[in-house]
Design a protein around this ligand. Structure first.
Ligand code: DX5
Ligand code: ZN
Length: 219
């Protein structure tokens, strides 16, 4: 599977989304990772589908929406209407993860499932045949700038193995603490989509910083 870089808008300037999306576009990154937080599933609050709809007018990149929201099935239609391409939901956030993923696909989006660091991969097994995207959190969700949890690499390797054994076809994404030091181990374990927030946005030259990730992948 081809490598994809997903700059996280969480680390961008929230007052300048149009300009920030242009900056991301200019880097050649494939995705924009958009973190939706409700102040309940995670302590932090970001924004909802209306803001994503406004962002849509300023970017043609793949909108990779990561919902850290209780009962995300309530928002499937709203995110489809807003122009989300991928809608990824936490197994911990709903009693009806299978039904919610079916709903996401029926609404025309790619369906993604994500687990927190404390959740074992067995929680994913019943839905792996259904999803386009598996996200393994490599920090506890809610905030950017946290340290990468190397223990999560085992989970990446495990979901990659299941995919190969069963003939499934999901992408494997990692989110949290991804930088030029940690990205290669994620790829070696089997990840192919790499979210990066604080590492990218701390640099003035976003394009050069994305390139450092691609270089690290090629080492
Ligand atoms: C954390 C978010 C991440 C965040 C990653 O809850 O899901 O997408 O933006 O930020 P960094 O790359 O700084 O760890
Ligand atoms: Zn995220």
């Amino acid at each position: 599977m081809s490598y994809k870089i997903a700059p996280s808008i969480l680390a961008a300037d929230y007052a300048n989304f149009a300009a920030e999306l242009q900056r991301i576009d200019a880097t050649g990154a494939e995705y924009v990772h958009i973190d939706i937080m409700d102040g309940q599933f995670v302590p932090n609050i970001s924004f909802g589908a209306d803001v994503v709809a406004s962002m849509r007018k300023h970017s043609k990149l793949v909108f990779d929406c990561h919902l850290m929201v209780v009962n995300p099935e309530r928002y499937v239609e709203a995110f489809a209407q807003a122009g989300a391409d991928i809608m990824t939901i936490h197994v911990e956030a709903t009693n009806h993860v299978h039904g919610a993923l079916q709903k996401i696909k029926a609404a025309g989006m790619k369906a993604g499932v994500v687990i927190n660091p404390g959740t074992p991969i067995e929680a994913l097994s019943p839905v792996l045949a259904l999803v386009d995207h598996v996200l393994i959190m490599t920090v506890n969700p809610g905030f950017g700038g946290q340290a990468f949890l190397p223990e999560m690499l085992e989970k990446v390797a495990a979901v990659a193995k299941i995919r190969d054994e069963k003939g499934y076809c999901y992408d494997i994404e990692v989110d949290g603490g991804v930088d030029d030091q940690t990205i290669k181990a994620c790829a070696d374990a089997g990840a192919n989509v790499f979210v990066a927030g604080s590492y990218l946005f701390k640099a003035n030259d976003l394009t050069a910083q994305v390139q450092t990730l691609r270089d690290a992948l090629n080492d």
